[in-house]
Design a protein around this ligand. Structure first.
Ligand SMILES: N[C@@H](CCC(=O)N[C@@H](CS)C(=O)NCC(=O)O)C(=O)O
Length: 214
């Protein structure tokens, strides 16, 4: 059985997993979940992921995995070639620190359900943009010197790692929310390098079967 990735084209957490699958050369079927239409809240998808969040990955042997970080680490353990983590334990901790900044300290504050809750609380579009930009800037301000110190073309080192799988979708989100990336030259350089890489290109939201013009 092939992999099936439950995904929404513009959502950044499934985008992380698409990049990793592509980097590892693992083919997958694409199962769209229309987040704007609320499909994640329906019973059919809740049977796949009780959290009503994307991604979910059905593996070759029929298991269903949720939470993008858990999926990425599972892919790395079960399909270790090419490696997306450095060999050294200190270096792996550095990559995981970069991953944590995006996955724990930026993204949870900005995703769709948070945006919807802010709207319900009366925060207008400008207020929501300010909120989103603020948390992205906070995280990018921390990431920038780490990437400047450890990156050699990619976020950590000279080959893609799981840090790039997290960073690139977050840069996509930052551009959507009109964050000024001028203060982050190291992040911009990594984004430019990844934009030339076929695995990242194929994972781009605009290339997904459910992409719709906005
Ligand atoms: N921590 C989760 C976050 C998943 C998540 O928030 N997914 C978003 C898309 S990026 C989603 O499906 N949101 C649906 C909603 O907010 O209703 C992970 O890393 O998988």
């Amino acid at each position: 059985m092939a992999f099936t990735l439950h995904s929404y084209w513009r959502a950044t957490a499934p985008y992380r997993v698409r990049i990793a699958l592509n980097l590892k050369g693992l083919a997958f079927d694409y199962a769209p979940v229309n987040l704007l239409a609320g499909e994640q809240l329906g019973e059919a998808y809740r049977r796949i992921n009780r959290q009503s969040l994307t991604p979910a990955l059905q593996t070759e042997d029929g298991a269903v995995l949720t939470q993008s970080l858990a999926i990425l680490e599972w892919l790395e353990e079960v399909h270790p070639v090419p490696p997306l983590m450095p060999a050294d334990a200190y270096d792996r901790a550095r990559v995981r620190a970069m991953m944590g900044i995006v996955a724990c300290d930026i993204h949870p504050l900005n995703n769709l359900r948070i945006q919807r809750q802010l709207t319900k609380l009366g925060v207008d579009a400008d207020g929501r943009s300010f909120w989103t930009q603020r948390w992205i800037n906070d995280g990018f301000t921390a990431l920038e010197p780490m990437i400047a110190a450890y990156g050699q073309g990619f976020a950590f080192g000279a080959q893609p790692t799981l840090a790039d799988c997290l960073l690139i979708p977050q840069v996509y989100s930052a551009e959507r929310y009109a964050v000024d990336l001028a203060p982050y030259p190291a992040i911009r350089a990594v984004a430019a390098a990844c934009a030339e890489h076929p695995a990242f290109q194929a994972a781009h939201p605009d290339r997904q079967p459910d992409a719709t013009p906005t």
